[in-house]
Design a protein around this ligand. Structure first.
Ligand code: DQA
Length: 139
């Protein structure tokens, strides 16, 4: 089984960016720990600050991965194009957020992507990714 994690804009700054909200660990520090919890699953990682690159990656993943874990970051709340990309592919996608988007500003309460995903996980810190991988492994 293989899973692709896609992180959107500003998530390259995890560890430095608003640590009271997103924690003190970078994703690069967290990824080996996550991989070690799923020794039978190949987990690939892609991060981009650019909407079109995220869309291209979702298209490329179709047929090449068993599932996608997608944290589209701020694009969650703005991007019909990413929502359409998720709807266009047959690979299952789990939406992930580190913070609990429903506890935050009203503009974060809307996800254009959620309705096209098999499910959404929000608010468990970096553990949200573990829960998402777990849900795809058992899908
Ligand atoms: C986020 C929540 C978004 O509202 C925000 O724009 C992010 C990160 C999260 O993981 O909690 O960049 O997706």
């Amino acid at each position: 089984m293989n899973i692709l994690i896609i992180n959107g804009p500003n998530l390259n700054l995890l560890g430095k960016r608003e640590p009271s909200i997103y924690g003190k660990s970078s994703f690069k520090e967290y990824l080996p720990r996550l991989k070690s919890e799923f020794p039978d699953t190949r987990i690939d990682y892609f991060q981009s600050n650019h909407e079109g690159e995220i869309i291209d990656k979702i298209h490329e993943a179709d047929g090449n991965y068993h599932g996608i874990v997608l944290n589209a970051a701020a694009y969650t709340h703005t991007s019909i194009a990413i929502a359409d990309a998720v709807a266009a592919v047959s690979v299952p996608v789990v939406e992930v957020h580190i913070s609990n988007i429903y506890k935050r500003e009203a503009f974060r309460h809307l996800s254009y992507i959620a309705a096209n995903c098999i499910g959404s996980i929000s608010g468990f810190g970096l553990k949200s990714y573990r829960l998402a991988v777990m849900s795809l492994v058992n899908w």
